[in-house]
Design a protein around this ligand. Structure first.
Ligand code: NAD
Length: 497
């Protein structure tokens, strides 16, 4: 049986804590690997290695760092299918979707290859007699990334690419449910010419995360996961004086206006609500229909398609949905479906009885549609993170926006309409970090940045793009005087008249 240890200083180390987690194949319910859970000592060793590698990497010219990133990007493209297979096997999302998710991660590495331009500082010449001012963007030191189960290659690439190319050294702690890709990414980085010790991986759980949060040598923490843990990681990291960005959960609304192209809206929902079995932080989990007629037309369009979703094991091709991540998570999603029913909502389609013949031990669930959901239901307030779509009926556009704004989460939202003025007002006023207009999953490309509002994100900088570059660098500003004329002693603050 494969046992993931730790990848530190370019070498695999077996875990010494004696604690392990199981990695499952969600399509079969079988254990595919084990992962070692690092203790504090093992984490401290990894930090020491990353710290030792920092000065030389930070002093490496920006162009050389970028060349390693370019080579790394090329290797990632070469290995895209291998990485996607690993994603599909451990996560359960279908292979085509896994390929797409890997690609979106590689695009960040590709963007990061332009860092020599992006990391340039500012310069003002002759701000006073012989005085110039310039600024530099310096790396922080050792930084850590803690990633969720649902994007095993993409999210680690968001973090590692931006952190490394700007001159930091990195320790990633992948989700213990889907760790395989991160080890492979670190190996490929070394294969691309990256110095050993720059990209390190530790297997672990809360104990490892706590050790990273407590150690003063770790200068920044990037976290992506559920809101309760994101908030606590943010609080602990900040209390310990670290820079922290912590992305949390979501409940993404799609507003369907009466003038929307219903077929296009339904197409959007099919991919956005049921793709990756709804286990995406940008999944559409609520359709807010303006008017009963809109809701009825939407349900009529969706119902047969959701009922006939092509569900199967993740490595088969041509499918639309795979299993959920674990047995426990499947049970949790099922309990939310029951909760919605108990709260008075109507189960238009109940995916709980779905069984995939021959794979009775896989964590499969059918697609579910829940109508007549209302604002105060707990099943609406909470993130479900499964292949369930809740439908809320409202009377006006203003009600739809107010509902979206009142929800505690603020990751993504989209609107389907043919009215440009309505779409523009929506984009302007909705209290959400990433907005789609006739686009169901508005995940920004690598040269923008990813981040939600409200309980979906804690900290100041988004992931990747220029925001990522700012997160992983600190500004130093230099004022220099090279003047032939003596200025004499100045006892007052210099002023410019
Ligand atoms: P999770 O919070 O359970 O785990 C995330 C990471 O935190 C993992 O590496 C895990 O090992 C670690 N962890 C778990 N318990 C911990 C604890 N008590 N203390 C410290 N660390 C701990 O999340 P998950 O189930 O892996 O991922 C799904 C969640 O992530 C969903 O809520 C989803 O919306 C969210 N997510 C958010 C984004 C975003 O960008 N906003 C992106 C992807 C996923």
């Amino acid at each position: 049986m494969n046992i993931y240890g730790h990848y530190i200083g370019g070498e695999y180390k077996s875990g010494i804590s004696g604690r392990f987690g199981d990695v499952f194949n969600p399509s079969t319910g079988e254990i595919s690997s084990k992962i070692s859970f690092a203790n504090k000592q093992e984490v401290e060793n990894a930090i020491a290695v990353a710290q030792a590698a920092f000065p030389a990497w930070a002093a490496t010219s920006a162009l050389k760092r970028a060349r390693v990133m370019t080579k790394f990007t090329a290797l990632l493209y070469d290995k895209q299918h291998e990485l996607a297979t690993l994603v599909a096997r451990e996560h359960g999302k279908v292979i085509e979707d896994a390929m797409g998710s890997v690609l979106r991660g590689i695009e960040v590495a590709e963007f990061a290859s332009g860092a020599p331009h992006l990391q340039k500082g500012e310069f003002s010449d002759n701000v006073a007699n012989g005085v110039d001012i310039y600024s530099m963007r310096k790396p922080l030191g050792v930084v850590a990334g803690i990633t969720p189960f649902n994007f095993p290659a993409m999210i680690p690439l968001w973090m590692a690419s931006m952190a490394i190319v700007t001159g930091n050294t990195v320790i990633l702690k992948p989700s213990e449910k889907t760790p395989g890709c991160v080890y492979r990414l670190a190996e490929l980085f070394v294969e691309a010419g990256g110095p050993k010790g720059v990209f390190n991986v530790i297997g672990g759980d809360k104990e490892a995360v706590d050790a990273l949060l407590e150690d003063t040598r770790v200068k920044a923490i990037s976290f992506v996961g559920s809101t309760a843990i994101a908030k606590s990681v943010y609080e602990k990291a900040s209390a310990n004086g670290k820079r922290c960005q912590a992305m949390g959960g979501a409940k993404n609304h799609m507003i369907v206006m009466p003038d929307a192209d219903i077929n296009a809206a339904a197409d959007g929902i099919m991919g956005a609500a049921y793709g990756s079995a709804g286990e995406r932080c940008m999944a559409i989990s609520v359709a807010v229909c303006v008017g009963d007629e809109t809701a009825d037309k939407l349900i009529e369009n969706l119902k047969p398609r959701v009922k006939n979703l092509k569900i199967g094991t993740s490595l088969e091709t041509g499918l639309e949905m795979g299993p959920l991540i674990t047995k426990e998570h499947r049970e949790k999603v099922m309990s939310y479906i029951q909760m919605a029913k108990d709260e008075g909502a109507e189960l238009v389609l109940d995916g709980r009885d779905f069984v995939l013949e021959g794979h009775e031990n896989g964590y499969f669930l059918g697609g579910t549609i829940i109508d007549h959901v209302s604002k105060n239901m707990k099943s609406y307030q909470d993130e479900i993170f499964g292949p369930t779509l809740q439908i809320i009926r409202v009377g006006t556009f203003e009600e739809a926006v107010a509902l979206t704004n009142d929800h505690p989460y603020g990751n993504g939202a989209s609107i389907f309409t043919q009215n440009g003025a309505v779409a523009r007002t929506f984009a302007d006023t909705v209290e959400i970090g990433m907005v789609g207009i006739n686009a169901p999953i508005p995940v920004p490309l690598a040269f923008y940045s990813f981040g939600g509002w409200k309980s979906s994100s804690f900290g100041d900088h988004n992931q990747y793009g220029m925001e990522g570059l700012r997160f992983y660098t600190k500004v130093k500003t230099v004022t220099s005087r090279w003047s032939k004329n003596a200025i004499g002693a100045e006892f007052s603050m210099p002023v410019h008249e």
